[in-house]
Structure formats: C-alpha cells, structure tokens
Design a protein around this ligand. Structure first.
Ligand code: SAM
Length: 230
C-alpha cells in the first residue's frame, strides 16, 4: 500500500488539461511517485448542472466578460469537503497577496489544500466570501486563467516536502530562504573558454567558501532586491 501523502492538493479548473503535463513531470511527478504528494485535477464542467456543461454566466451590472458561477464550484468543494477536512481553500487571483517564499514554506506544512483556478473574468464573489481562506497572486499582471498560477504555487510547495529533492538542504539554500539571494554557482569544468571559476571555490576551505558566498549573497541582494535586507 502506498504511504499517506504528506500533502494532498486538489485543483479546480475550467481547463485542467493545461496542468496535466506540469503535474506529471519532474519534481511534482517524483513527489507523487514517492507517495509524498497527491495532486488531483477537477474539471469544473464535470460538476455543472447545465445540460451543456456550462459553468459561466454574464456578470450582473453589465461588466464585460463572463464569470464562473457558484453552482459548479460549490458542488465540487462540498463533495471534497465531505470526504476530508481542508486546511486552506486558496483562490489564485491577480488581486490577491503576492506569493513569496514564506507563504510557500507555510503551506508546505499543511495536509489538504484546495486551489481554485479562475477563468474568464474570474469567479462569483460569493465563492470567495463563502469558502476562500486565502487569495494568492503570482504577480502584478493578469493572465487568462489561474491554471499556471496554481502550478506555480503547487511546485513551490511540493519541492519543499522532505524526500522530494535528493537533498533538502538544496531547497533551503535557495534564494529567499534566509532572506537573501543565492550566490553565483559554478560547475565543472573549472575553466571554460578562458572563463575561470573563482579561485576560492577550488580552495577546499569550507570557511573561506562560506565567507565568499555570504559576501556574494549580500552584494547581490543589496543591488537587486535591497528591500529583502530591511
Ligand atoms: N478580472 C480579473 C481581475 O481584474 O483581477 C482577472 C481575471 S483573469 C482574466 C482570469 C483568472 O486568471 C482569474 O480568475 C485568476 O484565477 C487568474 N489569474 C490571472 N492573473 C493572475 C495572477 N497574476 N495571479 C494569480 N491568478 C491570476
């Protein structure tokens, strides 16, 4: 029997096909094969009570575009909630809180998460008011749908789960984990087309290497994202 996953993520979408290859490749695939994470895609059209499987309708008040209706989302979430408790119901939204590493760290400690990917002009406000515990944006721009944001969030969570990456310390040494950007990294050969790897990295002296990395991290953070140092 496969072990109980550390995290289960259910993603609701009008176009789940967009996410199929992303959840079946690389790190998210490995996490699922190891039984550490379980990612389920739910097609909102399957929950529509409309004979043509429509899930959208015109907004009241005359705004342009269409909105995802309450009914399919309520039915899908209520079905999922009848099967288990959820720690978070997240709506991916351009007007939500901007995603950052500490949000992903926090969410990686949860057991069951629902993510709603919007489409069209978005979703009926009553879904947000009734179910949603958190609204997350992946940046100050508007995409056509929440599927790519849902995958961005899922990837950022899943890669933090113990056992997913060959060496968890690799994720912990990434940018943002200690509030700073990662220093430059080099691999073999030590010289390529005349470009040499910094001498200190070949010195074999862990203390000197750490000092150099810290200095590089601080300089990079100061010049690119100084607000992280505040
Ligand atoms: N009318 C919405 C607004 O002005 O904020 C934009 C709707 S957008 C065309 C459709 C869906 O894409 C949204 O419901 C949301 O799920 C998703 N989306 C778009 N941009 C996003 C972003 N930056 N971060 C997260 N989700 C986003």
């Amino acid at each position: 029997m496969s072990p109980t996953p550390l995290i289960r993520i259910d993603i609701l979408s009008a176009v789940p096909d967009i996410m199929v290859s992303a959840i079946n490749a690389s790190i998210i695939k490995i996490a699922q094969e190891k039984g550490i994470a379980k990612i389920n895609l739910h097609n909102l059209h399957d929950y529509s009570d409309n004979k043509f499987r429509h899930i959208d309708d015109y907004p009241f008040g005359g705004a342009a575009g269409m909105l995802i209706k309450c009914q399919p989302v309520f039915d899908c979430i209520e079905k999922l909630r009848s099967e288990r408790d959820y720690d978070e119901i997240i709506y991916m939204s351009a007007d939500g809180q901007n995603l950052n590493q500490s949000i992903s760290n926090e969410l990686s400690l949860k057991r069951n998460i629902i993510i709603i990917a919007g489409r069209y002009k978005g979703i009926d406000q009553r879904i947000r008011d009734y179910f949603v515990t958190r609204e997350i944006s992946i940046g100050d721009y508007v995409l056509s749908g929440g599927e790519l944001p849902a995958i961005v969030l899922t990837d950022s969570i899943v890669r933090l789960l113990p056992g997913v990456l060959g060496d968890l310390s690799s994720a912990l040494e990434d940018s943002y984990q200690d509030g700073m950007l990662e220093p430059p990294r080099y691999t073999r050969p030590a010289e390529f087309r005349g470009m040499k790897v910094p001498e200190v990295l070949l010195s074999g002296d862990p203390k000197k290497i750490k000092e150099w990395e810290n200095e590089q991290s601080i300089n990079k953070t100061k010049s690119r994202k100084p607000y992280l140092l505040d």
